[in-house]
Design a protein around this ligand. Structure first.
Ligand SMILES: Nc1ncnc2c1ncn2[C@@H]1O[C@H](COP(=O)(O)OP(=O)(O)OP(=O)(O)O)[C@@H](O)[C@H]1O
Ligand SMILES: C[C@H](N)[C@H](N)CCCCCC(=O)O
Ligand SMILES: [Mg+2]
Length: 237
């Protein structure tokens, strides 16, 4: 049976999509599920042993519990750390949604859950024609929004949620990631978002130097079991 897939987006680049993806993979694996991740397009790669290496893809590999071919998990990789549409254009490559959909289908045969991490935020472009939202639509993947808790994130989170809704995709849930340990009124910001984002808060990720290696403490929410999603009245801790 094909994997249940989720598209992991964020309020911006560098808000913790990779950290959240890795933590969620581990949490689901601990529940006995076969989990895989995909990074459809990675810009910001480096040459290692004659091949382009990407840190997001490498991090995903530490948290997956199935073996998947690199060319399916990360079909497009580019060296410069710039917007994917520019990196692809400079490389003379057109990112194909057909190809990405094909790779996601193949990966989906190997796992129970497939997490697909976008690059940048919801409308980051893949080409002159397409962006992450088009890809998520093409993959028909419910969306998980990672909110990097820092000043400005309320606006970014609500705009992202509105755009996800406008794309006709369900917001399966959101994750609050404490990327800024010095953020003033962080809890008040989080409380406001809980009242305004019309989706369950799946988890809060504390600030930690080794966050990418940790396991997500999921709230009492069913992502994969088919039961109704619920957010507890009182968050854990
Ligand atoms: N909870 C956290 N505590 C401490 N550092 C964090 C946390 N979450 C993320 N970081 C750090 O912030 C940086 C950005 O995180 P990450 O790479 O997960 O972002 P991203 O949204 O995946 O970025 P991109 O758009 O490049 O894929 C990384 O250095 C990461 O280790
Ligand atoms: C290189 C970086 N870390 C990401 N992979 C790409 C971020 C693209 C952002 C595009 C934009 O919204 O301006
Ligand atoms: Mg990332």
């Amino acid at each position: 049976m094909a994997a249940q897939r989720f598209f992991i987006t964020g309020t911006d680049t560098e808000v913790g999509k990779t950290v959240a993806t890795c933590q969620l993979l581990r949490a689901l694996a601990r529940d006995g599920l076969r989990v895989a991740a995909m990074k459809p397009v990675a810009s910001g790669c480096e040459w290692r042993g004659g091949v382009l290496w990407n840190s997001d893809v490498a991090a995903h590999r530490t948290a997956m519990n199935v073996s998947v071919p690199e060319d399916w998990a990360n079909p497009y990789r580019f060296e410069p750390p710039i917007s994917p549409h520019l990196a692809a254009r400079e490389a003379g490559i057109t990112v194909s949604l057909d190809h990405l959909s094909d790779c996601a289908d193949r990966l989906g045969e190997l796992a129970d859950v497939l997490l697909i991490e976008g690059a940048g935020g919801w409308l980051a472009p893949l080409s002159e024609q397409h962006n992450m939202a088009d890809l998520a639509q093409r993959l028909a993947a419910p969306v998980i929004l990672v909110v990097g808790l820092r000043l400005g994130c309320i606006n970014h989170a609500l705009l992202s949620a509105a755009a996800i809704h406008a794309a006709g995709l369900p917001l399966a849930g959101w994750i609050a990631n404490r990327v800024d340990p010095h953020m003033a009124r962080a809890d008040d910001n989080l409380a406001y978002l809980r009242t305004k984002l019309n989706a369950p808060l799946l988890a809060e990720i504390p600030y930690a130097a080794d966050a990418v290696h940790q396991v997500m403490l999921l709230n009492a929410v069913s992502l994969t079991g088919g039961a109704a999603c619920t957010t507890p009245d009182t968050p854990p801790n």
